[in-house]
Design a protein around this ligand. Structure first.
Ligand SMILES: Nc1ncnc2c1ncn2[C@@H]1O[C@H](COP(=O)(O)OP(=O)(O)OP(=O)(O)O)[C@@H](O)[C@H]1O
Ligand SMILES: [Mg+2]
Length: 337
């Protein structure tokens, strides 16, 4: 059985685990990951989608003393609820209708090694209870068997959800969270370490074996974008760019990322005005577009509100009442803001 388990070790490809970035954020993450790798305690990796959680999970495994042992990866979102327990914990022949033969299950396959439970928040609550028992006792009960199997498995889990919110909503067991989150590693979004963009671009170009260069203006343009899909989005964007642009040296004109107010950082003044506009519209609308009531709520003079409405180009009044009041001469002072 041990031989079979060893076979399930995933091949380590050179580039798979290379974590690119020399920003303080990525350097700190790598150092934390190295510290975490030296321990056997469960680790929970958090971060938005595409930030590199899976990459870091692989890195932790590779740097751990278990790196010659099995590394079993399972995406908790990829299996139907009915199959997940059999997949994780195994079953004996005849345990249920489709159980035509014995199945070892991922935990037993990972024995002496590491299991990576990706997208852990997608685990059904019932399976969470079972997982908790497995962790607490270091014993796995295959479905249909009453002989527990002792295991020694290091658990790495990851989620891009706000797990504390999931606990509050009753979707995730708090006691399991504490068991999984003995050590934690948070991977920040790309927008917080944009200084790594040039290195990442170089790395992705080298990996794609494209003989291309992005000039400085093109790189600068990439810095303006918000990158909601993080490093994965950058990687995929470059793939598309190399298909759509045939130039060897790619300039800013070829960077067609739409840099609009929704996906980009704004200068502070613009951001404040954007907030002011939305806030005033919300209050106007809550007060049936009555400016006197709205200015009371905002704690400003009505004349000042009137001026703000004009300046911020607020004209959404459904019944036209606002439009008429806009014509008032904006008198009054820079009242309290
Ligand atoms: N620092 C980095 N250096 C090199 N490649 C990176 C880096 N961060 C992420 N990547 C690459 O970006 C892609 C997405 O990373 P990964 O799959 O690890 O993200 P994730 O956080 O697990 O995302 P999700 O939550 O959507 O599963 C992968 O191809 C990965 O190799
Ligand atoms: Mg992932």
């Amino acid at each position: 059985m041990k031989n079979k388990v060893t076979k399930s070790i995933q091949p380590i490809e050179k580039f798979n685990y290379e974590i690119i970035g020399s920003s303080k954020i990525i350097t700190d993450c790598k150092n934390n990951a190295l510290r975490i790798a030296k321990s056997d305690a469960p680790v929970l990796i958090t971060g938005e989608s595409g930030t590199g959680k899976e990459l870091f999970a692989n890195f932790i495994f590779k740097e751990s003393k278990r790196n010659k042992k099995p590394f079993i990866q399972i995406n908790c979102a990829s299996l139907p609820e009915s199959m997940i327990e059999a997949e994780l914990f195994g079953h004996v022949k005849g345990a249920f209708t489709d159980a035509v033969s014995d199945r070892k299950g991922k935990f037993i396959a990972a024995d002496t090694g590491t299991i990576f439970l990706d997208e852990i928040c997608e685990l059904p609550v019932q399976t969470q209870s079972r997982l908790l028992r497995v962790i607490e006792r270091s014993l796995v009960d295959k479905l249909g068997s009453d002989t527990p199997y002792e295991i020694d498995v290091r658990i790495i889990s990851a989620t891009n959800k706000n797990i504390k919110e999931e606990i509050k909503k009753g979707n995730f067991r708090e006691d399991l969270y504490y068991r999984l989150n003995v050590l934690s590693l948070h991977i920040p979004p790309l927008r917080e370490h944009k200084t790594d963009i040039p290195e990442l671009v170089k790395y992705f170009i080298e990996n794609s074996r494209e003989n291309r260069i992005l000039d400085n203006d093109a790189i600068n343009k990439l810095h303006l974008y918000y990158w909601p899909g993080n490093v994965r989005e950058l990687k995929n964007y470059l793939k598309r760019l190399f298909i759509t642009s045939k130039r060897q040296i790619i300039g800013e004109n070829s960077i067609d990322i739409e840099i609009n107010e929704e996906n980009n950082f704004l200068p502070l003044k613009k951001a404040i005005n954007k907030f002011k506009k939305k806030y005033i519209i919300d209050i106007l609308s809550a007060n049936n577009w009555n400016q006197s009531k709205t200015s009371d709520v905002l704690g400003i003079q009505r004349t000042y509100l009137s001026r703000l409405i004009k300046e911020l180009e607020i004209s959404e009044a459904p019944n036209g009442s606002l439009a008429s009041s806009n014509s008032e001469a904006p008198i009054g002072s820079e009242a309290t803001e």
